[in-house]
Design a protein around this ligand. Structure first.
Ligand code: SF4
Length: 212
């Protein structure tokens, strides 16, 4: 994808959805961190179902730590890897209280030092909570980046580096959301819906799919 196509690609996505948002439900930076931590290899819908049970009971590091690993696991047992996620979440709460006064740190290094928090989760928190121009690469972003020619790469890290280099600054903060939503609803894994895609004219993927 050439620079003028990239400009048109994001201008089109922005025009259709000027203020894209995460589909994870949260009402504080800590709830966002917890929801993203729980979302590894799980859909946002399944995470929202679990956090609708968990957050009314405990939605701060102190409350989750007091609840304990076993009971946290009970509340989130409908999502994959729930035992490990409960363990990581409670340990993250302990470290947030011990190192950061119970606050979510605004620092990649400090975030990635928390259990269960990798580069992708840190990128989401830095982007969504703190407005930083980071590009978290999940399965949708990875696929759309490669398929369209926007940000080709063999690994999520390579795709992320391509996005940081190629996405114009004016789109950087929201790019992650636009790409996720586009991948989730239009440029889907099994069969991209090219026939109704608003950015088909700037996408390198060939042959485009036709309407069924
Ligand atoms: S034209 Fe097809 S492959 Fe390209 S972004 Fe749209 S849906 Fe995806």
């Amino acid at each position: 994808m050439q620079a003028d196509q990239i400009q048109r690609f994001f201008s089109t996505l922005r025009a259709a959805n000027p203020m894209p948002a995460s589909e994870l439900e949260y009402s504080s930076v800590f709830e966002l961190l917890a929801a993203v931590l729980l979302s590894a290899q799980a859909t946002d819908v399944s995470v929202n179902k679990a956090t609708r049970r968990l957050f009314p009971v405990a939605n701060t590091p102190a409350k989750l730590l007091a609840l304990g690993e076993e009971r946290v696991a009970e509340h989130i047992k409908t999502i994959g890897l729930y035992r490990n996620k409960a363990k990581n979440l409670v340990e993250t709460c302990r470290l947030l209280l011990a190192r950061h006064g119970g606050q979510v740190p605004h620092s990649r290094e400090a975030l990635e030092a928390l259990p269960g928090v990798g580069r992708k989760t840190a990128n989401v928190v830095l982007n969504v909570a703190f407005g930083e121009p980071t590009c978290a690469v999940d399965t949708h972003v990875f696929r759309v980046g490669n398929r369209t020619g926007l940000a080709p790469g063999r690994t999520p890290h390579e795709v992320e580096m391509q996005l940081l280099e190629r996405v114009p600054d004016e789109f950087k903060v929201e790019a992650h959301h636009w790409l996720i939503l586009h991948g989730r609803y239009v440029c889907q894994a099994r069969k991209p819906q090219c026939w109704l895609c608003s950015v088909a004219d700037c996408c390198d993927f060939e042959p485009k799919t036709a309407a069924p």
